[in-house]
Write a protein that binds this ligand. Structure first.
Ligand SMILES: [Zn+2]
Length: 405
């Protein structure tokens, strides 16, 4: 195939989105049909900016690819198109505007980093929802990011014109370019009215006002760089709506206004921590009292007492704390059980002392666990376990009690 020069209408500052063109070649691209045109306004993926989509002679343009020789392939889905056909073309205006806003916004944002902190942009990627630039800035503090954002938006609010200069390398050397181009031959320089000059082949707004709000959504430090994620124009509006809705829904949970929610939530978290501390202290006191009461009310055996109690709803931690309190009262064997949401919990303990050395809580527990279809173990003076059959708790306690006697 002969190389073909396609007239690039997307460089046209008038934003030609509807145009007529002639099909010069029909080819295949990765298994799909594709055509070359004598002129096109479909932007091919490049320079960090995704391709345009749209319609071409009744077919759908699903991808636009620029090959090394400068051939622009329009990858199609739909009816077949033949060489020589004159086709009516239309670029998807919403997608183009979105890309144009993010891309031009990137020029402004990168220039603002350079103006304020001499921080160069090393990379740019435009995603479906977010875009990001890698900036040579070691300390991207909140204050600095806010300064950059303010300058970028001041440039938007001033509605400055963008100008396109077509120059050779000598001409480019006379301009205060933010970054040098590695391209040979004629260069396309995008000027934002005295604020920024950059060589670029992308699609741009005619005035900075078209970009709309520029908002930084997050900053990530990576080595000596800052990865700055941002949204512009329509995406900034969508992001604001989402953030606003989230903030309102959160505030509603706490029955407060949107802007009052953060300090209120902060206070509630602190209160919750203090309450948990207080609950732990009170549980300690309560189990002390309960432990003494259980010891005093227990049946006496030869030289020690036997406490056998079922306390449904208690956790293993609560049973353990209580067992230790009972054991501290004097010579005793304590067999505690609980049905915690249908699960059996067992905690057995005994005091030290000569009368009790023959009682092995580990053995008692292993035997008791059979009745609750569970497992557990421990030492002669303390053992814990449980099982999924809470209906067997009474039988488990009876089995252990029989072994003590
Ligand atoms: Zn550009």
């Amino acid at each position: 195939m002969q190389p073909t020069m396609t007239e690039r209408l997307y460089f046209d500052p008038d934003h030609t989105l509807a145009f007529d063109a002639r099909v010069t070649h029909v080819v295949e691209h990765e298994g799909r049909p594709a055509v070359l045109l004598d002129r096109t306004s479909f932007y091919p993926t490049g320079g960090g900016q995704p391709n345009d989509t749209g319609r071409l002679g009744g077919a759908e343009v699903v991808d636009v690819v620029e090959e090394e020789e400068g051939r622009i392939l329009h990858v199609l889905a739909g009816p077949k198109i033949a060489v020589g056909d004159e086709v009516a073309c239309e670029v998807d205006a919403d997608r183009r505007r979105d890309h144009m806003q993010q891309h031009t916004g990137q020029h402004i944002l990168s220039a603002a980093f350079e103006h304020l902190f001499d921080a160069e942009t090393r990379g740019f990627r435009m995603g479906v929802e977010l875009s990001e630039i890698d900036v040579e800035l070691e300390d991207p503090s909140d204050a600095r990011i806010a300064e950059v954002e303010s300058l970028a938006n001041a440039v938007v609010f001033s509605d400055l014109p963008l100008r396109i200069h077509t120059v050779d390398r000598e001409g480019a050397a006379r301009l205060p370019l933010r970054k040098q181009s590695e391209r040979e031959g004629i260069l396309r320089i995008i000027e934002i009215d005295g604020f920024d000059w950059s060589p670029c082949g992308g699609t741009h707004a005619r005035r900075t006002g078209e970009v709309g709000l520029i908002a930084v959504t997050s900053v990530e430090r990576a080595k000596k760089m800052a990865r700055v994620t941002f949204v512009c124009g329509g995406r900034a509006l969508a992001d604001y709506r989402r953030a606003h809705r989230t903030a309102l829904e959160t505030a509603r949970v706490f029955s407060t206004g949107r802007d009052d929610a953060p300090p209120l939530v902060g206070r509630l978290v602190e209160e919750n921590k203090a309450l948990k501390r207080r609950v732990r202290e009170l549980a300690e006191i309560a189990s002390e009292v309960e432990g003494r009461r259980l010891f005093e009310g227990a049946e006496s055996w030869e030289g020690f007492r036997l406490v056998v109690v079922r306390l449904d709803g208690r956790s293993a931690d609560e049973l353990r704390l209580l067992a230790h309190k009972v054991v501290a009262q004097g010579p005793v064997v304590v067999l505690l059980a609980s049905d915690e949401g249908g699960v059996a919990r067992l905690v057995f303990a005994r005091s030290a002392g000569e009368a009790l050395v023959t009682v092995d809580c580990g053995n008692l527990l292993r035997a008791a666990c059979e009745a609750v279809n569970g497992r557990g173990g421990g030492k002669p003076d303390f053992a814990q376990g449980g099982g999924p059959n809470a209906a067997g708790i009474d039988a488990a306690l009876a089995a252990a009690k029989a072994m003590v006697g």
